[in-house]
Design a protein around this ligand. Structure first.
Ligand code: PLP
Length: 401
């Protein structure tokens, strides 16, 4: 391999820790659903920076908000009030169950804040957090301890105390796991990294009931599902379940790093000056990007279009599953987070299918060792979805033999 991509990859590999297995492309530009690499090659981006660039790359209104704010004020710390973060918190409270917000810089930090709030709310005797097998909650030590996938914990033990994992989908076991020291149940309404696995509504209602019966906080990690991804502003709206605490991040700033923890004021009252904080959290530029992002998503028709395009993608994926039953059993997800569920044979060629799609200029990934995952920008057109489905069909035909 030679050329610009290879040369950037070589320079990069000399200076970075090997925490990422990267595809051989150095991206230099993005517009809408298109990414362009250092050699001018275009990709149809059906991952959106892992559910982040939901309005597409370099959305003009977000770029304008970022540039405008960068000319006025970039950072102050949280020792002072700033305008964009106040506007952002107002938008988030006006459009969710919550009336109090904490701003962080990432998903893991939002979850850390939620874990700390749950513990301080419950008092010193109650510190236990139960999460679910197959979940993903972040890479910091506490969030990795909460994550229900041993591969993320291996080698980093001992894990912080107080985290346990319930098997996926079994309410009796979950109920039996609740102990005197338990203070909260943490779960994703739909497991993203775990393989686009939706939780059954009846199961989630059962989780809510267990929380109410035992005076536990119900924490929803909507870091991947939140901010329009599922076709409503938050996934919980479709479930008829209201959490006590919710965390969001990924799509919030359409690419600028920002996360948030949302709750009600009675619970929030356990945080007082000095109990928790962040130097950068709610930074004016990131907050301005988030305000611009949310305003567009809440425009009339935006979320309805996400649902409609999500159903269109789902139907297309189901069509491919029935054309290639040896590779896929069906499709699942909500809105524009979708997974093509692979058979045992399909799983063995899953990474190969992703590579072949990359070669064809389409970006997706393999999640939870079970599905091909699709997280396109929410602004994707039906023509672009067709382009994805056509390329995927060709790849599946190649891998079918
Ligand atoms: C991505 C993700 C996180 C971690 O977010 P970071 O910003 O990478 O720290 C936590 N929970 C869920 C559900 C996620 O998808």
């Amino acid at each position: 391999m030679s050329g610009e991509n290879a040369s950037w990859a070589e320079r990069s590999d000399k200076v970075f820790m090997k925490t990422y297995a990267r595809y051989p492309a150095a991206m230099v530009k993005g517009e809408g659903c298109t990414l362009v690499d250092a050699e001018g090659r275009k990709f149809l981006d059906c991952l959106a920076g892992i559910a982040v660039c939901s309005l597409g790359h370099c959305h003009p209104a977000v770029t304008e908000a970022i540039c405008g704010q960068a000319r006025e004020l970039v950072h102050t710390s949280n020792l002072y009030y700033t305008l964009p973060q106040t506007e952002l918190a107002e938008l988030l409270t006006a459009n969710s169950f919550a009336d109090r917000i904490f701003l962080a810089n990432s998903g893991a930090e939002a979850n850390e804040a939620a874990i700390k709030l749950a513990r301080i709310w419950a008092g010193p005797e109650r510190y236990g957090i139960i999460s679910l097998a197959g979940s993903f909650h972040g890479r910091t030590l506490a969030t990795v301890a909460a994550t229900g996938q041993p591969k993320f914990q291996e080698g980093f033990e001992p894990m912080p105390e107080g985290f346990s994992h319930a098997p996926f989908g079994n309410l009796n076991v979950l109920d039996a796991m609740v102990a005197d020291q338990t203070c909260a149940i943490l779960c994703e309404p739909l497991q993203g990294e775990g393989g686009v696995r939706p939780l059954d509504i009846e199961y989630l209602k059962g989780v809510e009931k267990i929380c109410r019966n035992h005076n536990l906080l119900l924490i929803f990690d909507e870091i991947q599902t939140g901010i329009g991804r599922t076709g409503t502003f938050f996934a919980y709206e479709q479930l008829g379940i209201v959490p006590d605490i919710m965390t969001i991040a990924k799509a919030l700033g359409n690419g600028l790093p920002i996360g948030a923890m949302l709750t009600r004021k009675e619970i929030a009252a356990s945080f007082v000056p000095g109990t928790h904080g962040s130097t950068f959290g709610g930074n004016p530029v990131a907050a301005a990007a988030a305000v611009a992002t949310i305003k567009i998503m809440l425009e009339d028709g935006f979320l309805a279009a996400v649902q409609e395009k999500g159903a269109y993608l789902q139907a297309g994926l189901e069509g491919l599953a029935s054309r290639f039953p040896a590779l896929a059993t069906g499709a699942r997800g909500m809105g524009l987070i979708r997974g093509l569920v692979l058979t045992e044979k399909g799983i063995t060629v899953g990474p190969d299918m992703v590579n072949r799609l990359f070669e064809k200029g389409v970006l997706i990934n393999f999640a939870g060792n079970a599905v091909l995952r699709f997280l396109p920008p929410l602004i994707i057109s039906k023509e672009e979805i067709d382009q994805l489905l056509t390329a995927l069909g060709e790849v599946m035909a190649d891998c079918n033999s």
